[in-house]
Design a protein around this ligand. Sequence first.
Ligand code: GUN
Length: 291
Amino acid sequence: MVAQVIDGKAFAGDVRGRVAEHVARLKADHGITPGLAVVLVGEDPASQVYVRSKGKMTVEVGMNSFEHKLDAETSEDELLALVAQLNADPAVHGILVQLPLPGHLNEDLVINAIDPAKDVDGFHISNVGLLATGQKAMVPCTPLGCLMMLREHHGNLSGLEAVVVGRSNIVGKPMAQLLLRDSCTVTIAHSRTKDLPDVVRRADIVVAAVGRPEMVPGDWIKPGATVIDVGINRVDAPEKGEGKTRLVGDCHYESCAEVAGAITPVPGGVGPMTIACLLANTLTACCRANG
Ligand code: GUN
């Protein structure tokens, strides 16, 4: 079997197009422009790339983008004061504090200081609880993007065996909640799971989110299963020349694609969907704020 490639880049383009249409209607009919504030503390190169890309796409769909770049020595009080200011600003409908924060800042404290209604990352403890109890929550963007691709590919997910590899608060745990909400039978596997290959082999749906390059080989995949690869890992690529690198996922793409029914590529799979969902969440937050 050769897997169908799930084109996250194209799908994300469709989602952004729908968001842009809705934003244009909001402006024309109600004079409202959704606004997303992104806060970056320090100079982590990967975070800088993400933040730049988020800002560019926010503007492209017609929203206002507010970027706040603070230096790495910013104190917790200064950061909390900025969050309070953004909470109170009616032009800001979504707030995202880019993670990871420098070590001297308490991430939980900062995230939980964001107004839950503006928490477009879905990381605030209220949104985590709302999602876990099946109530109306802001849903974390990466798992939401994965769910949208799964629904698009499968239609109904009810009754399918899903194995999520990775138990992070950002991806693994909320992904499991979303799959459960769609009536999958869900297993969360992780580094201490016994017989991990056999657990993964049970799955109709595998979501890999461990941050370890090419950890899942094709012989862990049940023939015909759908593989969603959340990993974005930069590895050396001496075959491309000295000092060159390439991006790989948490799954070994070539061997998984030989067995799976469908698979997301890296890059061009989950990544673009994450930003599209961030914009969709910002639009949702704006619509809820304006009744
Ligand atoms: N760092 C890596 N991914 C994310 C994300 O989805 N949201 C935030 N705030 N920081 C991140």
